[in-house]
Design a protein around this ligand. Structure first.
Ligand code: 48F
Length: 259
């Protein structure tokens, strides 16, 4: 058979548009494909919800690929080891309750399992704004990352979503947009984004879980974005809190979707 380039092009364009049209009205949209966002997406998809995840970069994984300072190993504590094993990621005991995993195995396995669970992954797209109604955040304003990177003046499109998760890491980009542009206050002490504090691994890991919650009607925070929103410290390359936070966000939203 002689290959026809026009059919190859049509296959890609047709299939992509079908996926996109089926994804205009979602149960949950997750912004950011780091460990917290991927884990949240995996569980919500596994539990039967319609979930999209938007990632600005070419690949999922966020800060997990690079381990600590480009040494491609991550550390997890006892509480999170079982979660990694749920995904089939091998861990090795280091000492006491510290375990290590290869950061590349970890990233690729989490992303693969989430995708196969039915999570709709939109890479190379960024969230530049939210859709607001008087009662809640009801969706996201999306654009190509290439448009953002090139600084082009191109209007975005939008996606409806019952719940949104800000899993954008240190920058907590969705929360920052809501703080700046949506009337009302965030559900933090000051009503504003408190901002991330300096490194304290133990406290940060506990707070990441506590801070994983709804921060504005319809908007949840997970992972490092949770600590940055509520004024918690950063934790460095220990990833248990990120993984457990993604699972907690999924559980909270699952309860809302099924109540
Ligand atoms: O930063 P990131 O890995 O967030 P996380 O899941 O994990 C944090 C850890 O990696 C590490 C740490 C803990 O040990 O402190 O930093 O909380 O992943 C966030 C992802 O969100 C994407 C970004 O490219 C990254 O892959 N992202 C950020 N803003 C946007 C976005 C946006 N506006 N639109 C789309 N993607």
């Amino acid at each position: 058979m002689a290959l026809d380039e026009r059919i190859i092009t049509r296959a890609i364009v047709d299939r992509w548009h079908k996926k996109f049209q089926e994804s205009l009205d979602m149960d949950v949209c997750i912004v950011g494909g780091g460990p917290a966002g991927i884990v949240a997406g995996y569980f919500l998809s596994t539990w039967g919800h319609r979930v999209s995840l938007f990632e600005r970069k070419l690949s999922l994984g966020g800060g997990m690929w690079g381990g600590g300072m480009m040494f491609n190993e991550i550390v997890v504590q006892e509480e999170a080891r079982g979660l990694l094993e749920t995904f089939g990621v091998p861990t090795e005991p280091f000492t006491g309750e510290y375990y290590c995993a290869d950061s590349v195995t970890c990233t690729t396995t989490l992303a693969s399992k989430a995708s196969l669970a039915g999570l709709r992954i939109w890479n190379l797209m960024c969230i530049e704004d939210v859709i607001m109604r008087s009662e809640a955040i009801t969706g996201l304003v999306i654009n190509w990352a290439a448009v953002e990177i090139a600084g082009l003046h191109v209007d975005p499109l939008s996606i409806a979503s019952r719940f949104t998760v800000d899993a954008t890491g240190h920058a907590c980009e969705v929360v920052r947009v809501v703080e700046r542009k949506v009337p009302g206050k965030l559900l933090t002490d000051s009503g504003k984004c408190e901002g991330e504090k300096s490194l304290w691994a133990d406290r940060a890991e506990q707070l990441t879980l506590e801070n994983t919650t709804e921060v504005f009607p319809g908007l949840y925070v997970a992972g490092m974005a949770a600590n940055a929103t509520f004024g918690g410290p950063r934790m460095g390359p220990i990833f248990g809190g990120m993984l457990l936070s993604g699972k907690k966000a999924a559980e909270l939203i699952h309860a809302r979707l099924t109540e």
